[in-house]
Design a protein around this ligand. Structure first.
Ligand SMILES: [Zn+2]
Length: 391
């Protein structure tokens, strides 16, 4: 992948935070690294004699983040939090907020503690497609080791406090200079350095390694057979089911057609998300329709199955609307829905990247995402619920 660093542009930036903004924007410009609010970055800096972690605030996108998008949090307090045995994510957010030196700044990213315990000035985190494609395959554990021999490799853990706490324990006594970064299985990658450019370069080099591996070991065999479909009828039932007007994004790209032309389509297209936070937008599964399926009937079955999934794992959560957020239609392509066009387009972007990953991971032994229980924990995570409510 392309390294977007520009020496001419970089000359305009001297402070820690200016450089942090610059390389965060560079990461955000590559949609194969992060999509719509994904990923996060930080810089450790001394401000008014105090060591702070300036970390991406929630609600900001890396591509457009500005200085005011970074939350200033006292570094020593974050480091102490990593030592706790347990802490709910909402208490973590409260304590992080209390440790901020500017109460008007946005809430720090939920990965702030993890950023704090990495002992380098600049920390970059993305959900790079190529990395999660390899990780989300049946042989992902071995393949990731093979592609990233110098990385600390962490099994899937729920993002937030648990992830930070467990990594804190894993790295006790580690020689940080001996590792190039961290891979979080089924989630993403971290790189770090005391220099902004080198930390960014390390990300590009690592992700390029993963891309080369995929290019050498997988090829998508396109099948662009295409039939007509009555989209209007589908929208009518979905609006009824969602209880509001919906906007659609119809995807008939070569990848979407190839995806919709697969055998055993329901099982094929229902294997979970590429990186955990996508589930908030897409749900774990789409509605899958064959050409001759009766929409009303299939939609009812989808909702029943969603309710069963909810009941299986719910403790005291409130169920979201059980209707699907996108539909895969045999020999036609993919349709994403939203309350507005922007939301439909965001879901389509996420699904597009996922389809590519699935088609490639299937050639690495089979696509395999996080399990149903972990998906539920993410979909019904208190903090994610709060994020949606704030929109
Ligand atoms: Zn992440």
């Amino acid at each position: 992948m392309q390294n977007l660093w520009s020496e001419t542009e970089a000359k305009n930036y001297t402070s820690d935070l200016e450089l942090r903004v610059f390389t965060s924007n560079l990461l955000g410009r590559s949609d194969e690294l992060v999509l719509h609010g994904g990923g996060n970055t930080s810089v450790k800096s001394i401000v008014d004699g105090e060591e702070l972690l300036l970390v991406k605030g929630s609600g900001w996108d890396l591509v457009s983040i500005k200085e005011e998008g970074f939350a200033p949090v006292k570094l020593d307090i974050l480091k102490e939090m990593a030592k706790l045995e347990s802490l709910s994510d909402s208490d973590m957010v409260k304590e992080q907020k209390a440790a901020m030196t500017d109460t008007l700044a946005p809430n720090p990213s939920i990965e702030a503690i993890l950023h704090a315990i990495i002992p380098y000035k600049f920390v970059d985190h993305t959900h790079a497609d190529a990395v999660v494609t390899i990780s989300n395959s049946k042989n992902g554990q071995e393949l990731i080791k093979q592609v990233f021999p110098n990385f600390l490799i962490v099994p899937y853990l729920m993002p937030g406090f648990i992830l930070a706490r467990d990594i804190y324990r894993m790295v006790e006594g580690i020689d940080w200079d001996s590792i190039d970064g961290i891979i979080l299985h089924n989630h993403g990658i971290f790189t770090f350095d005391n220099d902004a450019k080198i930390s960014y370069d390390k990300m590009i080099v690592a992700v390029s390694e993963a891309e080369n591996f995929l290019n050498n070991n997988t090829t998508i065999k396109y099948n662009t057979t295409q039939k007509e479909y009555d989209v209007e009828n589908l929208v009518k039932f979905l609006e009824e089911s969602k209880g509001h007007k919906i906007f659609v994004n119809i995807n008939q790209s070569d990848v979407a057609l190839t995806y919709s032309n697969q055998e055993d389509l329901n099982a094929f297209a229902s294997r979970g998300v590429l990186t955990p936070e996508h589930i908030i937008r897409t749900k774990r599964k789409p509605l899958v329709l064959k050409q001759n399926d009766v929409v009303e009937k299939k939609l009812a079955i989808y909702k029943k199955e969603y309710e069963a999934y909810f009941k299986k794992y719910a403790k005291d959560e409130i169920m979201l609307n059980p209707s699907p957020n996108y539909v895969v239609i045999e020999n036609f392509g993919v349709i994403s829905f939203g309350k507005n066009q922007k939301e439909a387009d965001i879901i389509n972007d996420i699904v597009s990247h996922t389809m590519n990953a699935v088609l490639r991971a299937d050639q690495l032994g089979g696509y395999l995402s996080i399990n149903e229980k972990n998906s539920f924990d993410m979909e019904y995570w208190e903090l994610e619920q709060a994020k949606l409510k704030a929109k």
